[in-house]
Design a protein around this ligand. Structure first.
Ligand SMILES: NC(=O)c1ccc[n+]([C@@H]2O[C@H](COP(=O)([O-])OP(=O)(O)OC[C@H]3O[C@@H](n4cnc5c(N)ncnc54)[C@H](OP(=O)(O)O)[C@@H]3O)[C@@H](O)[C@H]2O)c1
Length: 252
């Protein structure tokens, strides 16, 4: 059984470890023994635990799950050269990872919040010889897509990485709108959740424009509401959100 060495014991590390634990041997490296114990407890499985200081990464397959700001500090604590680094760090380039962590190969990956329920939309790019292996490892928490460049990964980060926050805003606003018109809060939340559940299925196979045309009859209620969304600039605000997120990713 292949060993995956998690660097970092936080939320994203735990989500990925949950997805991998039945098919891989898990090892976790962190800076605090109590937090490593908590990681093991939450995972529900005995794992090898190590402190970061002087940890030998020689020939290891690393899953880097610390914060982008920690790369230099963490990299300085290792000795040896890893086989490959799979990184989940937002906005942290392959060049920066290679500069700070000695390894034969690097793959950048960008999971999203749905990793915790095994439904992440994860984009990946980097050393092409690890495309298949990255797909197997990150595939344990959902769907993966290999992209052609880091530029594409940084753009996709704004879409799928940040996307849950954008959709949460829309979800909350729609429910608030229903409450404003007099629907009880509990009902509004249930209806909104049902809406997103069904929509999540439909959008897999149907183009958004076709979905919209399907519900929007001439002079009807949907057309009235849709006009209000266009008046409010929702479309251009969504496009600007991706632009701003991409700009930010480039600055990290
Ligand atoms: N959460 C998401 O939805 C999401 C989505 C895509 C990508 N990511 C990426 O995933 C990475 C981890 O996010 P997360 O949500 O798992 O964060 P998190 O729960 O806060 O975990 C961060 C981890 O980094 C460690 N750490 C922090 N400062 C450190 C330092 N100075 N030296 C060594 N280790 C340090 C923490 O150690 P302690 O436990 O000891 O504090 C912890 O293990 C981030 O780079 C983020 O960009 C997250």
């Amino acid at each position: 059984m292949q060993t995956i060495t998690f660097i970092g014991n936080g939320n994203m590390g735990l989500s990925i470890a949950q997805g991998l634990k039945n098919n891989y041997k898990i090892e976790v490296v962190g800076r605090n023994l109590e937090k490593l114990d908590a990681f093991e407890k939450a995972l529900g499985l005995k794992v090898e635990k190590h402190l970061l200081d002087n940890f030998d990464i020689t020939e290891k397959t690393l899953l880097l799950c610390v914060k982008p700001a920690n790369v230099i500090e963490v990299g300085a604590k290792f000795k040896g050269k890893a086989r490959v680094v799979f990184s989940v760090l937002a906005g942290t380039s392959v060049a920066k990872l290679k500069e700070n962590i000695s390894s034969d190969a690097v793959v950048r990956t960008m999971p999203n919040l749905a990793a915790s329920v095994g439904r992440s939309m994860t984009t990946m790019t980097g050393d092409i010889e690890f495309k298949e292996e990255a797909g197997e490892v990150l595939g344990s928490i959902g769907t993966t897509l290999w992209l052609d460049s880091e530029k594409e990964l940084d753009i996709a980060t704004g879409l799928a990485g940040s996307g849950p926050a954008y959709l949460a805003l829309i979800a909350e606003a729609l429910a608030d709108g229903a409450v404003k018109q007099g629907l009880k809060r509990d009902y509004a939340m249930s209806v909104m959740r049902g809406l997103f559940g069904g929509f999540g299925e439909l959008i897999q196979d149907i183009h958004p424009a076709i979905l919209k045309d399907g519900v929007m009859s001439p002079g009807g209620t949907t057309a009235a509401g849709y006009g209000a969304l266009e008046d409010g600039g929702v479309r251009s605000a969504c496009m600007a959100a991706i632009e701003k997120a991409y700009e930010k990713a480039k600055q990290l």
